[in-house]
Design a protein around this ligand. Structure first.
Ligand SMILES: *[C@@H]1O[C@H](CO)[C@@H](O)[C@H](O)[C@H]1NC(C)=O
Ligand SMILES: *[C@@H]1O[C@H](CO)[C@@H](O)[C@H](O)[C@H]1NC(C)=O
Ligand SMILES: *[C@@H]1O[C@H](CO)[C@@H](O)[C@H](O)[C@H]1NC(C)=O
Ligand SMILES: *[C@@H]1O[C@H](CO)[C@@H](O)[C@H](O)[C@H]1NC(C)=O
Ligand SMILES: *[C@@H]1O[C@H](CO)[C@@H](O)[C@H](O)[C@H]1NC(C)=O
Length: 399
């Protein structure tokens, strides 16, 4: 299986290389409400990615209404016994298609003496958000990850995952982990060779940073394409899993509802395969822990909440995480009270996980929990300290 993946990836990378001759980008210069005291200069891009991925064909009936949604959520989340087996995987199919992904490249207005701007941090957000997870317009100097890392001299590229914001919309029944892993690999490869990074010239290093679902995708790239990037920072993520840390229960806690039925004006472009929180409380219960956040940040997070695709959730279990060939660096971090990946208390979960078994050849593996906060670390208290810790890791690692 591993060799199959490597072969198909080589095919994909080959396609990317051959596509390089034609212009594959278009700057749109959309602004992201940067504060006047921003450390970053940023350009927006729409990037067509023509990739092939081995996709799951879901064996589920499309939702007509929320009765259908809650029933599937129950089937998926309840314990598995010989009378409750739920297998939504209908088959596999290779799909080649071109997908439009909207991303933003930011580099320091003033490059520092360390040359850090040639390290690009490539951010992949999780479900319920879009690229703004990395670049809050609410108190950017406190909450924007981009500001936090660019201030320290690094460059950042962050994008909206398929189905969110200005990236292309596809059916929520087909938008899934496999093509999204290929997008991330393709973006990492393009960054090394493309005009997106003209402000800094040829870059030295690519560091992936993920949050939650975005950490699954980042980890999948380390697994399937181990020499493509230099390091990965996996946030809102953990590896230990037993009954007490089952992350299926978080799917019930999201209390998902059909997004287009709930907010027709905002999400009319999405089919019924896209789901979202019914209200702010469901978001609070899975992303925020009192007293470690301020209401303004939680309100902002709710304002920018984005639907996720049912296919993203149902294909999560197939994502390849073991990365024996990856020799770069890995930092794993989660909030102290992360509900989604640590069932609400992370220290004990982190004690159970053995990262060396996932990344046996990594040169450096570090992990830490961020005090007090839940899954939405970037909108929690002391997000600035969280970014400082990440920057500290990168600096220690020589980036
Ligand atoms: C977009 O921004 C770049 C760099 O800031 C600038 O050189 C270019 O003229 C802008 N293009 C448009 C269409 O505004
Ligand atoms: C299903 O499980 C029950 C109890 O766990 C057991 O008694 C029964 O024999 C099982 N049925 C089959 C078909 O395996
Ligand atoms: C997809 O393509 C790969 C590489 O060509 C092949 O090994 C694999 O069997 C294909 N999968 C399916 C479902 O056809
Ligand atoms: C994607 O690339 C393949 C070959 O590399 C080509 O056959 C196909 O037409 C392209 N698809 C789109 C939608 O551009
Ligand atoms: C914020 O985080 C930094 C880095 O982890 C830590 O040193 C600092 O003590 C934290 N501050 C507060 C108020 O928690």
């Amino acid at each position: 299986m591993a060799s199959v993946l490597i072969v198909s990836l080589l095919v994909v990378l080959d396609r990317i290389k051959s596509a390089r001759a034609i212009p594959t980008y278009s700057p749109t210069n959309l602004t992201t409400n940067r504060p006047s005291n921003s450390f970053a200069q940023c350009i927006d891009y729409n990037i067509p990615l023509n990739i092939t991925s081995e996709n799951v064909v879901l064996n589920i009936t499309p939702f007509h209404n929320d009765f259908d949604v809650v029933d599937l959520v129950t089937d998926f989340c309840r314990k598995v016994t010989n009378t409750t087996v739920f297998d939504p995987i209908g088959g596999l199919q290779n799909v080649t298609s071109t997908y439009q992904i909207a991303g933003i490249f930011c580099s320091p207005k003033n490059s520092g003496a360390l040359g850090r701007e040639k390290t690009v941090i490539l951010g992949t957000h999780g479900v319920h958000y879009d690229g703004r997870y990395w670049d809050s317009s609410c108190k950017p100097q406190e909450y924007s990850f981009v500001e936090g890392v660019v201030k320290e001299g690094y460059s950042a590229f962050f994008y909206n995952r398929l189905g969110t914001r200005k990236s292309e919309k596809q059916s929520g029944y087909t938008n899934q982990a496999a093509p999204q892993t290929q997008f991330l690999a393709a973006l990492a490869s393009l960054l090394r060779h493309s005009p997106y990074t003209h402000a800094i010239g040829k870059l030295h290093s690519v560091v992936l940073v993920g949050q939650s679902f975005g950490s699954y995708l980042s980890n999948a790239v380390l697994s399937t394409c181990p020499t493509l990037v230099d390091a990965a920072v996996l946030t809102g993520f953990s590896f230990a899993s037993d009954a007490s840390t089952s992350n299926k229960i978080v799917f019930e806690a999201f209390a998902p509802r059909i997004a287009a039925h709930l907010h027709l004006s905002r999400f009319s472009a999405l089919d019924t395969g896209y789901l979202t929180f019914p209200d702010k409380s469901a978001q609070l219960s899975t992303f925020f822990k009192k007293p470690a956040y301020e209401p303004a940040a939680a309100n902002y997070a709710h304002e920018i909440a984005q639907p996720f695709a049912i296919a993203e959730i149902l294909t999560l279990g197939l994502v390849k995480l073991l990365a024996p060939l990856f020799t770069g660096l890995v930092l794993l971090a989660a909030g102290e009270f992360d509900f989604a990946v640590c069932a609400g208390e992370s220290r004990s979960t982190f004690e159970m996980q053995t990262l060396q078994s996932i990344f046996p050849n990594s040169r450096l593996i570090e992990e830490f929990v961020q005090l007090g906060v839940d899954h939405g670390v970037n909108f929690g208290q002391n997000a600035t300290g969280f970014y400082k810790d990440i920057v500290g890791f990168l600096g220690m690692a020589g980036f």
